[in-house]
Design a protein around this ligand. Sequence first.
Ligand SMILES: [Zn+2]
Length: 127
Amino acid sequence: MILNARSHERLKGVHADLVKVVELCASNGRVNFQVSEGLRTAARQAELVRAGKSQTQNSRHLTGHAVDLVVLNPDGSANWDFTKYIGLHTEMALAADALKVSIEWGGNWRSLRDGPHWQLPFNKYPK
Ligand SMILES: [Zn+2]
């Protein structure tokens, strides 16, 4: 699978290590997905917190250390079934291992599970 132009546009400003993982995962081609969000403005983050869609003002999206990926159905529409994101995480973890990049998946978070979210860890990638 080749990432579409919109996905490439949304990877602008994202840390090169995370971009490499997303690109390898895409080229492995076992899950069809696109990038829904990369770098985020402080204003948009504040809006998401107000809307209850995020719990932090310290999101890794603000610094280009996070991406949101959406699994696509064969017709190109978004698939929000969490089990699909478990499958995508398996593929992201394989790509990250191959590149020796550490990643964290929002699907493992207890407080606000975030299946479409992957980020570089704070301890290895401080601001
Ligand atoms: Zn996210």
